[in-house]
Design a protein around this ligand. Structure first.
Ligand code: GLU
Ligand code: ZN
Length: 487
C-alpha cells in the first residue's frame, strides 16, 4: 500500500515549486490508489504563520489536490500539524540518546566556526568533527558547570550510505560528506532533521518525493531511519525520489521569492487550476513525445515516478499561458461563462456593477472563449458591452483613425443602419461595402469601426460584437466617434 506525503512549512505564500511537489505526490498516490498524507511542518515558530497555513489549505483546495489524511480531514496518525506533536519528538529524542544513536554536543557556535575554518584551511572535510562524540560523564559535567547548553546531535554511521533514488538512480554518500548533525536545539526545540523522518516513520510513508534541494538530507534521514528501526519506531526505510530543480529567468533556479513563482499571481491572473497543473506537471515529467495538453485524470492515469527526468526543468510563462488557453477552450461554454464571472462581477475600473448585463455576457461568451489565455483578460474584451460611455484608448484611436476615417465611418454608419441585424454576416457585408466605396480592403475599413465601437484595435470578432451590442448602441458609438473626429 503506497503512502506519500506533502509536508510544507507554513512560511510565506505558496509557490509553484511547492505546487509541483504536491502535484507529483498527489498524482503518484492517485495513480496507485495510495494515500496522500498532508502534514504541516510548523516547528519553526519564528517563521511559521497561521495565515500561510490557511493559504496552503485554500490553495490545495482551489487546485483540486485533495488529501486523504491531514489537517481538517484527520486520520489515524493525527494530529498532522507538527506543532501539536512535540511530546512525540521529545520522547524519540530521549530514546535516541539512551540508545547511543545521539549525544549531547556542548560546542559553541564560535568553537564550531573556528574549527571549521581551520579544517578548511588544512583541506580537511569541514563538517562537524565529532568533538563531543565520546565525552565522558565528567567532561559533560564540566561543560555544564561552565554554563554551556547542549544540542542533541545524531551519530552518523562510519560507513558510506547508498540508496537508489527513484529519479536519479543509485547514489552514494561517504561519511566525511555527511557529518553528525543536530536534531534538537539547545532550547529543547526539535529540528526538521528529526521531526520530518520521525513523522514519515510514524505515518508509515512508503515514498518520499520532494525537491532536489533536499537531496543532501536524505543520507542523514536514512541513517536516522535505521536508528528508528532499531528503536522499533520505524518499520522500513521509504524509497526516495528527488524532483529536478526548476530554472527561471537567466537560467537561475526559480526562487520562492521570485514574483513569477507565486501561486497567487496565477490565481489572480485567471489561470484555471487544471491549466496550471497541466503546465506544472511538465516540469520534470512528460505526458508523451507529441502531446503537452491533457486533462488531470489523463495525467494521473499515466503518471509514473520512473518517468521523471533528473535534468533541471525550465519554467516558461508563455508556454504556461498557452496551455492554460487550451484548457479554457476545453471547458464547456457554461463552465467558461461561470468561470469568468468573478472577474466580471468584481468591483473594477472597467464598468459600474449596475451596467453589467448578463444576457449580453452570455451572448458574447462563446466568442471570448476562443481567444483568452487567462480569464482576467475577459474584462478588457467585453467592457465595450457594459459601459454606457465609449471605451477610450488613445493609442488605439491614433492607430485606427488614419486617412479619412470620418468619411469611411459616415458610409459605414449608413450601410449598418440599412443592414439586416439578425446575422453578423450582413453586418460584415455592410462594412465591406463601405470600404469598397473608399478603396479600402475589409481589414482597413474595419479598424475605425472597431475602435469607434469597442475602443480598441484588438478584441473579439467584430461583427459578432456589433450584433450583441445591438443596432442602436452601435450607431450611437459611431456618432460619438464622428463627433470626436469633427473636434
Ligand atoms: N517542510 C519541508 C520543506 O518544506 C519538507 C521537506 C521534505 O519534503 O522532506 O522543505
Ligand atoms: Zn560538540
Amino acid at each position: 500500500m503506497i503512502r506519500v506525503r506533502f509536508c510544507p512549512s507554513p512560511t510565506g505564500n505558496p509557490h509553484v515549486g511547492l505546487v509541483r511537489t504536491a502535484l507529483f505526490n498527489w498524482a503518484f498516490a492517485r495513480h496507485h490508489q495510495g494515500t496522500l498524507v498532508f502534514r504541516i511542518e510548523d516547528t519553526d515558530a519564528a517563521r511559521d504563520s497561521e495565515e500561510s497555513y490557511t493559504q496552503l489549505l485554500d490553495s490545495l483546495r482551489w487546485l483540486g489536490l485533495d488529501w486523504d489524511e491531514g489537517p481538517e480531514t484527520g486520520g489515524p496518525h493525527a494530529p498532522y500539524r507538527q506543532s501539536q506533536r512535540m511530546d512525540i519528538y521529545r520522547d524519540v529524542a530521549a530514546r535516541l540518546l539512551d540508545a547511543g544513536h545521539a549525544y549531547h554536543c556542548y560546542c559553541t557556535t564560535e568553537e564550531l566556526e573556528t574549527r571549521r575554518d581551520a579544517a578548511r584551511a588544512a583541506g580537511r572535510p569541514s563538517g562537524y568533527d565529532g568533538h563531543c562524540r565520546e565525552l565522558t560523564a565528567e567532561q559533560a559535567e564540566a561543560y555544564r558547570a561552565e554554563g554551556r547548553e547542549a544540542i542533541v546531535r545524531f551519530r552518523m554511521p562510519d560507513e558510506p550510505i547508498t540508496f537508489t533514488d527513484l529519479v536519479r538512480g543509485e547514489l552514494t554518500f561517504t561519511p566525511e560528506n555527511v557529518p553528525d548533525y543536530g536534531i534538537v536545539r539547545a532550547n529543547g526545540f526539535p529540528l526538521y532533521t528529526l521531526v520530518n523522518p520521525v513523522d514519515d516513520a510514524l505515518m508509515e510513508i512508503t515514498h518520499v518525493l520532494r525537491g532536489e534541494d533536499l537531496l543532501s538530507s536524505t543520507p542523514r534521514q536514512i541513517a536516522l531511519y535505521k536508528a528508528l528501526i532499531d528503536l522499533g519506531v520505524a518499520k522500513e526505510i521509504p524509497a526516495f525520489g528527488h524532483l529536478p530543480y526548476v530554472m527561471g529567468e537567466g537560467n537561475k533556479k526559480l526562487s520562492k521569492r521570485d514574483p513569477q513563482a507565486s501561486l497567487n499571481l496565477y490565481r489572480e491572473r485567471g489561470f484555471l487550476p487544471e491549466g496550471l497543473l497541466n503546465y506544472l506537471s511538465l516540469l520534470g515529467w512528460s505526458f508523451s513525445a507529441d502531446q503537452d495538453v491533457f486533462t488531470i485524470p489523463e495525467m494521473v492515469e499515466r503518471f509514473e515516478i520512473a518517468d521523471v527526468n533528473a535534468n533541471p526543468a525550465r519554467f516558461d510563462l508563455k508556454k504556461a499561458e498557452s496551455i492554460n488557453g487550451d484548457h479554457i477552450r476545453m471547458l464547456d461554454v457554461k463552465a467558461f461563462t461561470a468561470a469568468c464571472e468573478p472577474w466580471l462581477r468584481a468591483p473594477h475600473a472597467n464598468w459600474e456593477p449596475e451596467e453589467f448585463d448578463q444576457a449580453a455576457w452570455e451572448a458574447i461568451a462563446p466568442h471570448a472563449q476562443t481567444r483568452l489565455t487567462v480569464l482576467s483578460e475577459i474584462t478588457a474584451n467585453v467592457d465595450f458591452l457594459f459601459r454606457r460611455e465609449p471605451v477610450e484608448d488613445e493609442a488605439s484611436w491614433q492607430k485606427a483613425m488614419k486617412g479619412d476615417p470620418a468619411a469611411l465611418l459616415t458610409t459605414a454608419r449608413a450601410k449598418l443602419e440599412a443592414a439586416d441585424w439578425t446575422s453578423p454576416e450582413s453586418l460584415k457585408e455592410a462594412v465591406l461595402a463601405a470600404g469598397e466605396e473608399h478603396g479600402l480592403k475589409l481589414g482597413k475599413a474595419q479598424a475605425p469601426v472597431r475602435v469607434a465601437v469597442t475602443g480598441r484595435t484588438v478584441g473579439l470578432p467584430l461583427f459578432e460584437s456589433l450584433e450583441v451590442l445591438g443596432k442602436d448602441r452601435t450607431l450611437a458609438r459611431i456618432d460619438a466617434a464622428l463627433a470626436k473626429l469633427a473636434g
